[in-house]
Design a protein. Structure first.
Length: 485
């Protein structure tokens, strides 16, 4: 009988403690422990150079558990919980209460852009990734802001970590104390990063949080136009804080084109044509008049891949288009230029006061022709907006803004068929706007319907505030950290 009771006790003990949970936490302390249901367990560092600790703990099977982390003998001031069916935590961050917290999303009923690979784990904004850079040259880079090489860069996402070696990096806006930088993971690493290998880390003094870019990007993704993805991340170097940055794609890169035009969000795979189309960067003064005898007219178009021959053919087709003929407009829309996504892009530029974009400044946009929709004689182009930091009132002054705080009251109709050329670099016209919005009542009504729909669903105080408020709540602790050093 004694032996039988002993066996029952052992069996019962095994059944009670039969679930093993792995705990994962990012911490910049020296020693890290996890407190699970009142008992403390040591966690082990993954390496001496990385701020990542893990460990497995046996817990009662079938029970929810509570836990928190202890960093260098300082316990978190809150309690975390884990449901009974979970056997591994996300990559928690010591001191951050909510590892996962979904942000509000803009809703729009007319989104037909289904070609992007989607957010993937890289741009899953329910989680705040951590980026840790290590190497002998790293300290110098974050002080002198000169081109350099990172020995290692590790991205901590909610479920995975991804490390890349010998990464080239360059700096921009070096006058800012927290400057921007851009890096390439290399095309050979594209598969390990969902095809996205050219990345920018952005920040700016006018809008330190870069919240304007986050809002703008989420708006244009919601309405359904090709757009770069962004996410807020913490950046550290050699275990020291660098800051809270916006990590985003580069619109004029093959990396972006492949993931945005040829992705499958369900399989998270990319299927590109044998040869990509041409990628062209529209810098200040880039417009679309047909000037076959003045090739220097197209100098503001910075060719990234290919040449500008297809762009010039687009300009020719646009100049010959009879916009009064509905059938011709439909064929132009199908064969040469996607009008729907362009109208959406212009509506958002107007609504946000995006004075550094195409409509106000003939700047900061990209053009791409898709071989899958082209022929040997026609080349279907898409308009892509980029760099949305000068928006929502930032930096909008004379000569673009002559009415001060009354600027939002101005109708878009004041921006049609006018002579611009506000400085020596600016173009005289806005050919795409004048031809594809202002040239006929039908096209203008089509644009206006798009504009109204965006206002009804997104750009109104109720819908807008409900989404943006979730950004403030999520990122306020991160900004407090960002300004603490």
């Amino acid at each position: 009988m004694l032996l039988k009771n002993l066996l029952l006790t052992i069996t019962s003990f095994g059944l009670t403690y039969s679930r093993t949970v792995k705990f994962n936490v990012i911490s910049f302390g020296s020693k890290v422990k996890v407190n699970v249901n009142g008992s403390t367990y040591d966690l082990a560092p993954e390496s001496s150079t990385e701020p990542y600790f893990t460990g497995s703990v046996d817990v009662p099977d079938g029970d929810d558990i509570t836990y928190n982390y202890i960093e260098d003998n300082i316990k978190e001031k809150f309690t975390r919980s884990l449901s009974s069916d979970v056997t591994s935590t996300y990559n928690d961050f010591y001191g951050r209460k909510d590892t996962i917290k979904a942000l509000g999303t803009f809703q729009y009923p007319d989104n037909h852009w289904d070609r992007s690979i989607g957010k993937t784990e890289v741009f899953d904004d329910s989680y705040i990734p951590t980026v840790h850079v290590t190497g002998d040259k790293v300290d110098s880079f974050f002080v002198k802001a000169s081109s350099s090489t990172f020995d290692h860069i590790t991205f901590y996402f909610k479920n995975t970590t991804r490390t890349f070696d010998n990464i080239s990096v360059s700096a921009k806006n070096k006058s800012f104390s927290k400057f921007q930088f851009k890096l390439s993971l290399g095309s050979k690493n594209a598969k390990n990063f969902y095809g996205r290998y050219l990345l920018k880390f952005r920040n700016g003094g006018e809008d330190p949080l870069n919240l304007r870019q986050t809002i703008y990007g989420n708006m244009i993704q919601a309405i359904g136009i090709p757009s770069i993805h962004s996410i807020m991340v913490r950046v550290y170097y050699n275990k020291k804080p660098a800051g809270f940055y916006t990590l985003q794609e580069e619109a004029t890169s093959e990396s972006f084109i492949k993931s945005e035009f040829y992705g499958n969000p369900d399989t998270q795979e990319i299927n590109t044509p044998d040869e990509l189309g041409y990628i062209i960067d529209g810098t200040c003064g880039a417009d679309f008049e047909y000037m076959p005898r003045n090739i220097s007219y197209y100098d503001p178009f910075d060719v990234q891949t290919g040449d500008n021959s297809r762009l010039i053919k687009l300009c020719k087709a646009l100049s010959e288009l009879d916009t009064e003929n509905d059938e011709e407009v439909q064929q132009f829309d199908k064969n040469w230029f996607d009008i729907d996504t362009f109208h959406k892009a212009m509506a958002v530029e107007y609504l946000t006061g995006d004075w550094d974009g195409y409509w106000y400044k003939t700047s900061n946009f990209a053009m791409y022709d898709d071989p899958n929709e082209s022929t040997s004689k026609t080349f279907k182009h898409y308009f892509i907006t980029q760099d949305h930091d000068e928006t929502f009132g930032v930096g909008i002054h004379e000569p673009i803004n002559m009415v001060g705080y009354d600027f939002p009251k101005q109708s878009y109709k004041t921006m049609l068929n006018k002579i611009w050329h506000y400085d020596e670099y600016d173009a005289f016209h806005r050919t795409l706007v004048d031809r594809l919005i202002a040239s006929t009542p039908a096209l203008q009504q089509r644009f206006e319907n798009t504009l109204i729909k965006i206002v009804q669903n997104i750009f109104n105080p109720v819908a807008f505030k409900s989404v943006v408020q979730t950004y403030y709540e999520r990122y306020q602790p991160e900004m407090e950290w960002d300004f603490s050093f």
